[in-house]
Design a binder for this molecule. Structure first.
Ligand SMILES: [Zn+2]
Length: 428
């Protein structure tokens, strides 16, 4: 297979030859009958998401492994980590192997199950972390995401435990007592709207505690969906100490602010903007962008959180929290980071492919596009401008905050070990 006329990381046009799923040659001018013409698109290593909700088993009305990975492929992803808050919860070797097997059978990208930290995400008792690590799914990322592991003793024990197999605990940092009944970012907008505020300190206090715990036991901590300027300062401090702490930011926290809850195009209280952690202020967005640019925040992760219409299109307090994100992620990152000059394409590849693969310990993903490396490739046209049309999503759910917005860029093609999963923007 030859893909011709592509620009790796935005460089000069070259062709990529792949055989049996492995890149065998990268050079200008390679051609053959049946070669795929990239049309000058940018080639990046297939994107890797550390934080995806595929909803299967249990909420197949919202998403399945099949539709979620189709959505991922359309977004340029070749691997996703499937979060554990399914029904049943992925807290045993049996459930993670079930998800892993579904990924092998129906996946349009690689599916790596995340294991729950505590039994049933209940925060009382450690789950079988070792059994999940030793299972066929070879789990390395553990998270109660959706809920915070707020018990400091349990968090310490989880951090100690995962060291045995080079795992990482990915924390959803939300102090539960400080966020009881919280509906949106605590600030002037929540005050005007009369919605219970979600203070920044509820995130920051947990991150500070967990950085200290990770340092104390010499383990690996990953902070999910950082959303405040204060969190950035704490992570910067932890990294300056040399502690093994990594962090992610979502595309929506790089672009959207809490003003939208009051002033959206369709009026106030539109639950499409209800998300956990909540949209914050313009100052937070600026701090998150700067932190992603300087490496304080390591990666972009989507927190793709599909919900059916009936769970989302209801009054604000009752609506489910979350947004779909796989199919718009790179466009939002282009808007927030490339168009602003904060990152180049090599920087984006690092933060959306190489580093998430490294944090998740995926040896066959996030590799450079060079001879001898797996042919996990995505092609992207940064000059395209697309109006976001949710009905065109491969995801089973439509809860995107970008409906009707024009975003830059378009995923042209995705290749998983040399096999196209998307060509000309369409699923293969
Ligand atoms: Zn979360």
């Amino acid at each position: 297979m030859i893909i011709k006329n592509v620009r790796i990381l935005g460089g000069e046009p070259v062709s990529i030859r792949a055989d049996d799923g492995v890149i065998t040659e990268v050079a200008p001018g390679l051609d053959a009958p049946g070669a795929i013409d990239g049309g000058g698109a940018i080639a990046l290593p297939g994107l890797v998401d550390l934080h995806t909700h595929l909803r299967e088993p249990g909420r197949e009305d919202a998403e399945t492994v099949q539709t979620g990975t189709q959505s991922a492929a359309r977004g340029g992803y070749t691997a996703v980590h499937a979060m554990a808050n399914t029904s049943p919860v992925a807290d045993t070797a049996g459930v993670v192997e079930q998800v892993w097997r579904l990924g092998r059978e129906h996946g349009h990208c690689d599916v790596h199950p995340v294991g729950a930290v505590t039994v049933g995400l209940e925060g009382r008792q450690l789950a079988e972390l070792g059994a999940m690590a030793d299972s066929a799914a070879r789990v390395r990322v553990f998270s109660d995401d959706g809920k915070c592991v707020d018990d400091a003793v349990l968090m310490r024990r989880a951090l100690e435990y995962v060291k045995a197999f080079d795992g990482v605990v990915a924390q959803h940092a939300q102090e539960p007592r400080l966020t009881g009944g919280a509906q949106m970012n605590e600030g002037v907008v929540s005050g005007r709207l009369g919605l219970t505020g979600w203070p920044a300190v509820a995130e920051e206090a947990i991150i500070a505690r967990d950085c200290l715990l990770a340092a104390h036991v010499g383990s690996r901590l990953h902070v999910c969906h950082v959303s405040t300027a204060g969190s950035v300062e704490i992570i910067r401090w932890a990294k300056s100490k040399g502690w093994n702490v990594t962090a992610e930011v979502t595309p929506h926290h790089l672009l959207l602010t809490d003003d939208l809850v009051e002033e959206s195009p369709v009026g106030a209280y539109n639950p499409i903007y209800k998300v956990n952690p909540p949209l914050r202020t313009r100052a937070d967005v600026e701090a998150l962008r700067a932190a992603l640019a300087d490496g304080t925040i390591d990666i972009v992760a989507t927190d793709h959180a599909p919900h059916p219409v009936e769970d989302k299109e209801t009054e604000w307090p009752a609506a489910a929290m979350g947004m779909v994100g796989l199919e718009t992620a790179l466009s939002v990152v282009q808007e927030a980071m490339i168009e602003t000059g904060l990152l180049d394409w090599a920087g984006v590849a690092q933060r959306m492919s190489a580093l998430p693969a490294r944090i998740g310990r995926l040896p066959g993903q996030g590799r450079p596009l060079e001879a001898g490396e797996p042919a996990n490739i995505m092609l992207y046209d940064p000059l395209a401008r697309i109006e976001v049309e949710p009905s065109a999503f491969a995801s089973k759910s439509r809860n995107t905050p970008y409906e009707g917005m024009t975003l830059p860029g378009r995923v042209v093609a995705t290749f998983l070990r040399g096999r196209p999963t998307v060509l000309e923007g369409k699923l293969v």
